[in-house]
Write a protein that binds this ligand. Structure first.
Ligand code: NDP
Length: 250
């Protein structure tokens, strides 16, 4: 899609988990609209490098940072590296996430802790690290999930907990950042076609049956909402969890 305007010219963004899926779509969208974009990844080096090449090839500015969200220090360093490279940070997008499934009798406590570290703790760590630098008009956006409100299947108690936690966290962060004019919001995607939720998965017909619009969403549709929340047009929106789910929660 071609954006109507370049709303983010002069802005610096950091997207966690930007090498693939929804995060990569957000990176592309912010860069198309003029932002200089840093993003983290943990394993997908080739995807990360090709995304940087693509953005730079189109005249944009991008930086890939290898940083495992399970490790708090690496998340903090990603914030610092973004500022060292681009000189500031205006838009922090906490997107990196993992989906671990298993019913309570089989899902291990170690897997619970690992998913919590990526999906929840890293979001708090990044916001804390960025709090020293964000100022009037800047943005924090998290990627939660409809799973924070409706689990819908067995085996997703831990994942749903992580996404519900994000909804609570951003309400508190919205208060913490309000005095300096920084907004904090959460996007709750419904089922989106990505590596995490492949369009050819065996369960996908069941999932599509739960979506009134009758299809999976696209990563670009989530990037579109992220771009709105990151823009000046969303200046009175804070502490909100906004859903883009084809009606899954309706
Ligand atoms: P993908 O699995 O397609 O992509 C995940 C991204 O996060 C990759 O860039 C991956 O990079 C990165 N990532 C994963 N683990 C880590 C880690 N430990 N440290 C740093 N980066 C990491 O997932 P989606 O794009 O589908 O999901 C993005 C977000 O959206 C997640 O928070 C997910 O929970 C949420 N979501 C997704 C939905 C869906 O249906 N797809 C629905 C609702 C919410 P790398 O490969 O380098 O590790």
């Amino acid at each position: 899609m071609t954006p109507l305007t370049k709303r983010f010219t002069g802005k610096i963004a950091l997207v966690t988990g930007g090498s693939r899926g929804i995060g990569a779509a957000i990176v592309r969208r912010l860069a198309e609209e003029g932002a200089a974009v840093a993003f983290t990844y943990s394993a997908s080096t080739a995807n990360a490098e090709s995304l940087v090449d693509k953005i730079r090839g189109e005249g944009g500015s991008a930086l890939a940072i290898k940083a495992d969200s399970k490790v708090a220090l690496e998340v903090e360093q990603a914030v610092i590296k973004t500022i060292e490279h681009f000189g500031a940070l205006n838009i922090l997008i906490n997107n990196a996430g993992v989906l671990g499934l298993g019913t309570v009798d089989e899902f291990s406590v170690e897997a619970f802790d690992e998913m919590y570290a990526v999906n929840v703790r890293a979001t708090y760590v990044a916001a804390k690290a960025a709090s020293r630098f964000l100022k009037q008009g800047d943005r924090i956006i998290t990627i939660g999930s409809v799973s924070g409100q409706r689990t819908g299947l067995a085996g997703a108690s831990a994942y749903s907990m992580t996404k519900a936690a994000i909804g609570g966290m951003i309400r508190g962060l919205a208060h913490d950042f309000a005095a300096r004019g920084v907004t904090v919001n959460n996007i709750q995607p419904g089922p989106i076609a990505t590596d995490m939720n492949p369009a050819d998965a065996p369960y996908i017909d069941h999932v599509i049956g739960l979506i009134p619009l009758g299809r999976l969403g696209t990563a670009e549709e989530i990037a579109s909402l992220a771009a709105y929340l990151a823009s000046a047009e969303a200046s009175f929106v804070t502490g909100a969890s906004l859903t883009a789910d084809g009606g899954f929660l309706a």
